[in-house]
Design a binder for this molecule. Structure first.
Ligand code: NOJ
Length: 561
C-alpha cells in the first residue's frame, strides 16, 4: 500500500515553520489549559491566570506553539465557565485584565500564541442582557436577544416543546412572568437569538476586544448551534431527533445560515496582522459539512474528533487520517487532531477500557465511566496505547491539540465523591452519568504537598494519591516518562514538521500503520499485541522500549531514512 495524501491546497501553504506569520496555526501544537485546574498561584484552591504565567517556562520546555485557554470570563461556573457573565472581562476568581495582559505578554515572549475560547451559542443567566430581558418583560426588545416563548396549556404552564437539554432535563425554563426561554445546555445558559443584529454586533466587539489585547485566535464553542429557525409550532424531541442534520435545514444544528456568522467574523479576524485564527467546535454529520466551518473565508479550522472517537485500531486510524487529510484539502484548511479534552474521559483511561467498536460520543456522556471505580480498567494497557497513539498523532500533518495533563499520561479520576462533583452533566443524570469532573482534576506538579504543587492549598476537586507519581516533578527526572516522551517528540516535531502530506508505506493495515513525510521522517505504529521487525532507519523516538531489532506491540517509533 503506497498512497500519497497531500492536504496542501498550494505550495505556499506548506509551511514547515509553525511560528511563521499568517499560517502559524496550520501545523501548530496547541495545548489546552482548563484555567481553574492548571496552576493556583494565590492559594484559594482554584487555578488562576498568574498560575498560568508562572508555568510558561514549563510550556516552553514542553515545546508547544500555542495555548488554547478554556473560558476565563466572569462566571458562576454552572458549566465550568461556559456560562459567561461578561465576554469582555476576566473572572475575579482567577484574575484581572492586568493578569491577562501579563500572561499573554509572557506567553508571547516565549513564542507561544494564545487562543481564547469564545462562547456564542449562549451566555449565562447572570449576563446583563439576560437580566435586562427578565426585567423588561414579554415582547420587549431585551427579550429578543434570547429565545423566549409562551408556554402551552391553558395557563402556559407546559413548556413550548418537550426538548431535552444536552445535560439532561428540560431545555426550556420558565421565568416569573410565565414565559419560557430556551437553553440547549444548563438552565443557567440561555441561548442567544442570532437573528438579532445586536447579538452579531456584540460578538464582533468581543472579537476585537481580545484581538486588540493580543489574542492570536479563538476556539468557537458549539459553533454549529448558533443559527436556529424555530417554527411557531415546534417539533417534538422525537421529531427533532428524526430530522436529518445533513442538509443544513435542521431547526437547530448545523444550519446553512450559521456560516453567515463566521463569514462576518472572518472579516474582523482579517483586520489584524497576522489575521487572527479560529477553530470551530462543530459536531456535524459529515466531513463535507465540517469543512465549511474550516474554510479560509470562515474560521480556518474545525475540530476533527474522529481519532478521539475511535478505538485503538489500525483500520479505524487509517480511514480517519486518510479522510481528514483529503477533507482538509477540499476546505483549503489544515486538519486538526485531538485525543483528549475537558469534555471526555482522558485517553490514557479510555484505551484501558474494553474497545467499543468505534464510538458515538455526544458531549462525552456515552463514554463516561460506570461511576465509582472502573473494574474493567487496565491502567498499563491504557497508558501504553495512549503513548503510542499520541506519538502517532504528533507525526501527522496538521495541528495537534493536547489537553493539559495528557503529557503526564494522566488518567481519569473515576472516584470523585458525590458531594464534590461540579459538572451539571453529573447532577442531571445522577448515578448514570459520572460527568466530566474526572478529566478536570487539577494537575500534579510535585510528588507531594497539599495539592501536589497545584497550589499552596487543597485543590477545588480532590486529587487521588496516585497523582504524585505522575507529577511533573516525578516525571521530569525519569527518561522513560510520558513527559519526556512528549518533550522529545515536540522538539523533533518542531525540527521535522514539513509539507502537509504523507505517504503510506506498505504495511499491514490491520495492525500496523507506517507513513512517511516529505523529508524522510517516518512514523510506524504497531497496534497489534505481538512484536514486529523494526523497519529500517535511524530511530528518533519511540513510545516504549524497543527490543533488539523489533517494534513491540502497541508501540510507535519515529524513524529517519
Ligand atoms: C462545549 C464545551 O466544550 C463544553 O464543556 C460545554 O459544556 C458546552 N460546549 C456548552 O458550552
Amino acid at each position: 500500500m503506497t498512497d500519497v495524501l497531500d492536504s496542501s491546497p498550494n505550495p505556499d501553504t506548506r509551511d514547515n515553520d509553525a511560528d511563521a506569520g499568517a499560517t502559524w496555526w496550520r501545523q501548530a501544537t496547541v495545548y489546552q489549559i482548563y484555567p481553574r485546574s492548571f496552576s493556583d498561584a494565590n492559594g484559594d484552591g482554584i487555578g488562576d491566570l498568574t498560575g498560568i504565567t508562572s508555568r510558561v517556562p514549563y510550556l516552553k520546555q514542553l515545546g508547544v506553539n500555542a495555548v488554547w485557554l478554556s473560558p476565563f470570563y466572569p462566571s458562576a461556573l454552572a458549566d465550568g465557565g461556559y456560562d459567561v457573565d461578561d465576554y469582555r472581562d476576566v473572572d475575579p476568581k482567577i484574575g484581572t485584565l492586568d493578569d491577562f495582559d501579563e500572561m499573554i505578554a509572557t506567553l508571547h515572549e516565549a513564542n507561544i500564541k494564545l487562543i481564547a475560547d469564545i462562547v456564542p451559542n449562549h451566555s449565562s443567566d447572570r449576563h446583563v442582557w439576560f437580566q435586562q430581558a427578565l426585567a423588561a418583560g414579554k415582547g420587549s426588545p431585551e427579550r429578543e436577544r434570547y429565545i423566549f416563548r409562551d408556554g402551552l396549556g391553558e395557563n402556559g404552564e407546559i413548556p413550548p416543546s418537550d426538548w431535552i437539554s444536552m445535560f439532561g432535563g428540560p431545555a426550556w425554563s420558565r421565568v416569573e412572568d410565565g414565559q419560557w426561554y430556551l437553553h440547549l445546555f444548563a438552565k443557567e445558559q440561555p441561548d442567544f437569538n442570532w437573528k438579532n443584529p445586536e447579538v452579531h454586533e456584540d460578538f464582533l466587539k468581543t472579537l476585537r476586544f481580545w484581538s486588540d489585547r493580543g489574542v492570536d485566535g479563538f476556539r468557537v464553542d458549539v459553533a454549529h448551534g448558533c443559527a436556529k429557525e424555530l417554527p411557531d409550532v415546534l417539533p417534538t424531541q422525537a421529531e427533532l431527533d428524526a430530522t436529518p442534520t445533513t442538509d443544513g435545514k435542521h431547526p437547530i444544528w448545523d444550519r446553512n445560515e450559521v456560516h453567515d456568522i463566521y463569514a462576518e467574523w472572518r472579516q474582523v479576524l482579517d483586520e489584524y496582522d497576522p489575521p487572527r485564527t479560529a477553530v470551530a467546535e462543530a459536531w456535524v454529520d459529515s466531513a463535507e459539512r465540517r469543512a465549511r466551518y474550516a474554510s479560509p473565508n470562515e474560521l480556518g479550522q474545525a475540530f476533527n474528533f474522529d481519532l478521539l472517537e475511535a478505538d485503538f485500531d489500525a483500520g479505524q486510524f487509517l480511514e480517519i487520517v486518510s479522510t481528514n487529510l483529503a477533507e482538509a484539502q477540499i476546505a483549503g484548511s489544515s486538519t486538526t487532531w485531538v485525543f483528549s479534552n475537558h469534555d471526555v474521559v482522558r485517553h490514557a483511561t479510555r484505551y484501558g477500557l474494553p474497545a467499543r467498536g468505534g464510538r458515538d460520543v455526544k458531549q462525552g456522556s456515552e463514554w463516561l465511566l460506570s461511576g465509582g471505580t472502573e473494574p474493567e480498567l487496565d491502567i498499563a494497557t491504557g497508558l501504553r496505547r495512549a503513548r503510542a497513539a499520541s506519538l502517532f498523532m504528533l507525526g501527522l500533518p496538521g495541528s495537534a491539540y493536547l489537553y493539559q495533563g495528557e503529557e503526564l499520561g494522566l488518567g481519569e479520576v473515576a472516584d470523585i465523591p458525590a458531594d464534590q462533583h461540579q459538572d451539571p452533566a453529573y447532577f442531571h443524570n445522577p448515578g448514570v452519568d459520572p460527568g466530566r469532573d474526572g478529566c478536570r482534576v487539577p494537575l500534579p506538579w510535585t510528588v507531594d504537598g497539599p495539592s501536589f504543587g497545584f497550589g499552596p492549598a487543597r485543590a477545588h476537586l480532590p486529587q487521588p494519591e496516585w497523582f504524585g507519581s505522575l507529577s511533573v516533578e516525578a516525571e521530569s527526572g525519569d527518561p522513560s516518562s510520558t513527559l519526556n516522551l512528549y518533550r522529545r517528540a515536540l522538539a523533533l516535531r518542531a525540527e521535522l514538521q514539513t509539507a502537509e502530506s504523507l505517504e503510506w508505506q506498505g504495511s499491514d493495515a490491520r495492525s500496523v500503520l507506517h507513513f512517511r513525510r516529505a523529508n524522510g521522517w517516518e512514523v510506524v505504529t504497531n497496534f497489534g499485541p505481538e512484536a514486529i521487525p523494526l523497519p529500517a532507519g535511524e530511530v528518533l523516538v519511540s513510545s516504549g522500549l524497543l527490543d533488539d531489532g523489533t517494534l513491540p506491540g502497541e508501540t510507535t517509533v519515529w524513524l529517519r531514512n
